[in-house]
Design a protein around this ligand. Structure first.
Ligand code: SF4
Length: 167
């Protein structure tokens, strides 16, 4: 069924939030077009009231480093029709999973921090935790690929075509 707007959410997990900074940069170009077709229900970088109880598409950046993050990602999956990984951290874990490659001595040095914050022994990429439907590669994510994937879902949900043909 065609719909007026695509319900989307943007979620940051363990990383430097560089892909969300890239998203905010991309908004400089597309804000007025996307305001017509996107219902941004969750994006802590843009708004203070957020809700992800029912999303068409969830975009996730970063890695999963704690049980809390793992549980939240699974909840996002339950509440979203599609989930897209944005940026290489959310695809294969790199570069934010560096501690996975520490030697035993360095791992012992940081163990107290992992215990203190209830972190997982090994950092996971989102595809290791849930099913991911699409990927936007790059570090930070590649603008053209993000726009391509977003347009694909606007089409999938039949969101008013004229509103985004100029993208
Ligand atoms: S992929 Fe690169 S830019 Fe994006 S969150 Fe990870 S480190 Fe930052």
């Amino acid at each position: 069924m065609p719909q007026e707007k695509l319900a989307v959410g943007f979620f940051s997990f363990t990383a430097d939030e560089g892909c969300m900074i890239e998203f905010l940069e991309i908004l400089n170009k597309y804000y007025f077009d996307w305001a017509k077709v996107l219902d941004v229900r969750y994006c802590k970088q843009l708004k203070s009231k957020n809700d992800f109880s029912a999303l068409d598409v969830a975009f996730v950046e970063g890695c999963i480093s704690s049980h809390t993050e793992s549980d939240k990602l699974k909840k996002i999956r339950e509440n979203s029709k599609y989930v897209v990984s944005i940026g290489s951290c959310a695809i294969n874990g790199q570069p934010s999973n560096l501690r996975n490659f520490f030697d035993e001595e360095r791992k012992k040095e940081i163990q107290f921090m992992l215990d203190k914050f209830n972190h997982l022994p090994v950092i996971q990429a989102p595809p290791e935790v849930i099913k991911i439907d699409d990927f936007v590669p790059g570090c930070p994510m590649i603008e053209a690929k993000f726009v391509e994937v977003l347009n694909k879902y606007l089409d999938t949900f039949g969101v008013v075509k004229n509103a985004h043909t100029g993208l």
